[in-house]
Ligand binder design. Structure first.
Ligand SMILES: Cc1cc2nc3c(=O)[nH]c(=O)nc-3n(C[C@H](O)[C@H](O)[C@H](O)COP(=O)(O)O)c2cc1C
Length: 180
C-alpha cells in the first residue's frame, strides 16, 4: 500500500467482525510499529494484547466514564493496551527532566508509536481505534502492571464490518503558518 493512501485512508473503526486477529498478524504489525521514532531512541512503548476473560475484565471495569468505549472493547476481537516504560523518554540519566516539557515526551512518543501501529494494522486489512477515555488505575489493575510502567492508550483492533466515513479535516491554510 502506498504511504499516502495508508495515512489518508486509515479511519477509526468501532465495529468489528468476529474474525480473530492472529498472533502472527499482530506480531507483524508490531514489527512495523517498532520503527517509529522516539526520544533518543528510547523505544518506551509496549503492547499488551487482550482477548477472552482479560478483555472482558477490562470492559467491565475500566470505562465507567464512557460506556461507549466499553461497547467497543466488547465488540472487538482483540484489544491492545499500550503501556510505556516510565522515566526514560525526556529524562536525563540522573533522573532529571531534559526539557521544560518535563515528562510529557513519554506521551508524545507513545502517540507516534500508536499511529505507526494503526497504520501498520490498516495495511494488514485491520481496523483500529485509539481510546483515551479510561480509568488508568483500573486498567493497570487488570494488567497487574508494575510501578515502572504507565498506561498510554487502549487500541481496539479487528476486521472492520464496514468502511468508516472520514470526519472532516481542517484546510491546510487553517493549519500552516509561514514566517520569514
Ligand atoms: C489520543 C486519542 C484519543 C481518542 N480517544 C477515543 C475514545 O476514547 N473513544 C473513541 O471512540 N475514539 C477515540 N479516538 C478516535 C478519534 O475520535 C478519531 O481519531 C477522530 O475522530 C478522527 O477520526 P479518524 O481516526 O477516523 O480519522 C481517539 C483518538 C486519539 C488520537
Amino acid at each position: 500500500m502506498d504511504a499516502l493512501e495508508c495515512i489518508k485512508g486509515r479511519r477509526s473503526v468501532r465495529e468489528f467482525k468476529d474474525t480473530p486477529v492472529s498472533n502472527e498478524v499482530l506480531e507483524s504489525v508490531i514489527d512495523t510499529a517498532r520503527f517509529a521514532p522516539s526520544w533518543k531512541n528510547t523505544q518506551i512503548s509496549r503492547y499488551v494484547a487482550l482477548t477472552g476473560d482479560s478483555k472482558k475484565a477490562l470492559a467491565d471495569t475500566a470505562f465507567e466514564a464512557w460506556i461507549g468505549n466499553a461497547n467497543i472493547v466488547n465488540n472487538a476481537p482483540m484489544v491492545i493496551v499500550q503501556t510505556f516504560v516510565k522515566n526514560r523518554s525526556g529524562f536525563e540519566r540522573d533522573g532529571s527532566f531534559s526539557t521544560s516539557k518535563e515528562d510529557r515526551w513519554q506521551n508524545y512518543d507513545c502517540g507516534i508509536a500508536a499511529e505507526a501501529f494503526c497504520l501498520a494494522a490498516y495495511e494488514k486489512g485491520l481496523g483500529s481505534v485509539i481510546m483515551g477515555i479510561f480509568d488508568e488505575d483500573k486498567v493497570a489493575k487488570v494488567l497487574n502492571l508494575s510501578e515502572d510502567q504507565g498506561v498510554a492508550a487502549i487500541i481496539a483492533i479487528g476486521y472492520p464490518v464496514a468502511e468508516a466515513a472520514a470526519p472532516k479535516r481542517k484546510e491546510v491554510s487553517d493549519l500552516l503558518t509561514y514566517l520569514s
